[in-house]
Design a protein around this ligand. Structure first.
Ligand SMILES: [Zn+2]
Length: 52
């Protein structure tokens, strides 16, 4: 499936992901949690903020 990174806006592909799983953007390295499909049927991801 195709993912557009919510942070750097680059697109990349992954094999598959389940709701609640995380994927790492190969461009900026940020972690995104899969939230499932939205009303429009698009895959939604949420950036996981790292505590500093
Ligand atoms: Zn990114």
């Amino acid at each position: 499936m195709d993912i557009t990174c919510t942070e750097c806006q680059n697109e990349f592909k992954i094999e598959k992901v389940s709701v609640g799983e995380t994927v790492e953007c190969p461009f900026c390295g940020i972690e995104l949690e899969y939230k499932g499909k939205n009303k429009e049927g698009k895959n939604e991801f949420e950036v996981i903020e790292e505590e500093k």
